[in-house]
Design a protein around this ligand. Structure first.
Ligand SMILES: [Zn+2]
Length: 145
């Protein structure tokens, strides 16, 4: 699990436009990203933090079988089967949100179809190590690893 306040994704935590995939790299998102609304069970006077076991359980329930869930007015929870996979997903969720936000400003969106989500998701999922190796190399070149 990787929790972020990913800047390009944050607006989708407080607007009613769903975060849906628009490119092959976002296929892992599925049809749309669920949003956990803390107000539904805990009212409108919480700190929006989600630190209590009750809230964490609710977030996990909202996640369901998805790869990511948005926390309303707070941030993002990404999941994966490995550190590499969850980092890959967090990185490309940010890219996908940027692409969708840009697209919404210039025209009608043609989202990925269910078939494209399924097929592209398999292809892109196979690229996780490639992305990880590229980022690791960049960090080594920068003297950070
Ligand atoms: Zn947070």
């Amino acid at each position: 699990m990787l929790h972020t306040h990913s800047p390009a994704v944050l607006p989708y935590c407080f607007v009613d436009t769903p975060l849906r995939p628009v490119t092959h790299m976002g296929a892992f998102i599925g049809e749309s990203v669920p949003v956990y609304e803390i107000r539904d069970k805990h009212g409108d006077e919480t700190d929006l933090f989600g630190g209590s076991p009750d809230v964490c359980a609710d977030i996990a329930e909202s996640l369901g079988g998805s790869t990511v869930v948005l926390m309303a007015r707070h941030g993002v929870v990404n999941v994966g089967n490995s550190v590499r996979e969850v980092v890959f997903r967090a990185f490309y969720l940010e890219q996908e949100a940027k692409a969708l936000t840009a697209g919404l400003q210039i025209g009608k969106i043609k989202y990925l179809s269910p078939g494209e989500i399924k097929t592209a998701g398999k292809l892109v999922g196979a690229q996780i190590d490639r992305g990880w190796n590229h980022w690791s190399q960049r960090l080594r070149e920068a003297g950070l690893l």
